[in-house]
Design a protein around this ligand. Structure first.
Ligand code: NAD
Ligand code: GLY
Length: 361
């Protein structure tokens, strides 16, 4: 894998590399060193399969037995029923504990493959090959895996780290514009919560990112992965610091659930949520009006919505937020900003303040 950058997620004997570069899938021989046994199951979906499956298969040593499992595209297939089908594919092909699972796709495929790997025969190796920007900057890193339950998103899951992550920026060429923007929301989030300098770099380079300039994308992915790796190293199981990665998400989840899952992309809802959380931080006397505008303006330039869907009433919005899984006995838990680059966890926010922010949003 030449012309690549490498970020390491440091977790002792579970540490792993993230390789980032343009065209990595065409020169992927190094992947073979992360495969322990002789069997490989590649899990992908019916959109990604015709685009990239053959390229990945061509890179694998011919000493391996490679099987493929294709899942239908869509968040609605991120279910335990799909996981059961993966177990069936593994068992029908007599896969043993040395099997390696490869996730080839966006966050839906990555989360499900990781969960299947965490649970098949109590844990087998897996590798992430994320093919959306969102998966390259967020979901493939840090080991959160799982599926949705009819009563809630990502309610069933496990923390389980991959052996390596391979992020090829060239696969982003086929990504629809709205999916690219959704990934940029998580990149912006990263700058907002922990790196003011990176946020300024994003303001200067947002046009290059939207036009998919490979060098700008590679830097945005690398910095996002470095920041997330630092946070995961300190708080793998989200006892505190890792919760800051959910900046904008409590508001965003209310939009996703209130509008019906799949109506808004996750990143689109997070964009509106970040603007609301910034506004709330300003009302608490922390973030300046100027910084609230900078966040909003960057989201707009990234092609993201910044206003809440008006057919979701402020009352309903608040009710969805009250069901968030981060909430504690003290009430709604939010991630707010002291300044651009400094996020804090805030418990028990005054509901009338929240109501005002939602109504203005
Ligand atoms: P996704 O996996 O649904 O992919 C988005 C769309 O892009 C799909 O239609 C997919 O088939 C298509 N696609 C993927 N790669 C493509 C390519 N290169 N070219 C063309 N089309 C391509 O969505 P996503 O945004 O990648 O991930 C969202 C999921 O990730 C959600 O389920 C969310 O819960 C999860 N997530 C997990 C974490 C985590 O830490 N584990 C973090 C954030 C989000
Ligand atoms: N996407 C949030 C996290 O990984 O913790």
């Amino acid at each position: 894998m030449s012309d690549r950058q490498k970020v390491t997620v440091e977790l002792g004997d579970r540490s792993y590399p993230i390789f980032i570069g343009h065209g990595l899938l065409n020169n992927l021989r190094e992947i073979n060193q992360y495969i322990a046994g002789k069997q490989i199951l590649i899990i992908t979906n019916d959109t990604v399969e015709p685009l990239y499956l053959e390229t990945v298969k061509a890179a694998l040593n011919n000493k391996f037995t490679v099987i493929t499992h294709i899942i239908q595209d869509g968040e609605r297939f991120k279910t335990l029923a799909s996981i059961e089908q993966i177990y069936s594919a593994l068992l029908e092909n007599v896969c043993n504990r040395q099997v390696t699972l490869i996730a080839l796709g966006g966050g839906v495929i990555g989360d499900m493959t990781g969960f299947a790997a965490a649970t098949y025969q109590r844990g087998v190796n897996f590798i992430q090959i994320p093919t959306t920007l969102l998966a390259q900057v967020d979901s493939s890193v840090g080991g959160k895996t799982g599926v949705n339950h009819p009563l809630g998103k990502n309610m069933i899951g496990a923390f389980y780290q991959p052996r390596c992550v391979i992020s090829d920026t060239s696969v982003l060429a086929t990504l629809p514009d709205n999916e690219l923007s959704a990934g940029l929301a998580e990149v912006i989030k990263c700058g907002v919560i922990c790196d003011a300098e990176f946020f300024t770099w994003l303001e200067r380079n947002i046009e290059a990112l939207v036009s998919r300039a490979p060098e700008a994308l590679a830097k945005a992915i690398r910095v996002s992965c470095e920041k997330k790796a630092q946070i995961v190293k300190m708080d793998e199981r989200e006892h505190g610091l890792r919760a800051t990665l959910n900046f904008g998400h409590t508001f965003g989840h209310a939009i996703e659930a209130g509008m019906g899952y799949g109506t808004w992309l996750h990143g689109e809802a997070v964009s509106v949520g970040m603007c609301m959380a910034a506004n709330l931080s300003n009302k608490l006397g922390w973030l300046s009006v100027d910084d609230v505008s900078r966040i909003k303006s960057l989201c707009i330039k990234a092609g993201l919505p910044v206003d809440r869907p008006k057919d979701l009433s402020a009352d309903d919005f608040l009710q969805y937020m009250q069901r968030d899984k981060k909430n504690t006995a003290a009430g709604i838990r939010l991630i707010l900003l002291k300044s651009v680059g400094e996020a804090v966890v805030y418990d028990g926010i005054d509901t009338s303040l929240m109501q005002a922010v939602i109504e203005e949003g």
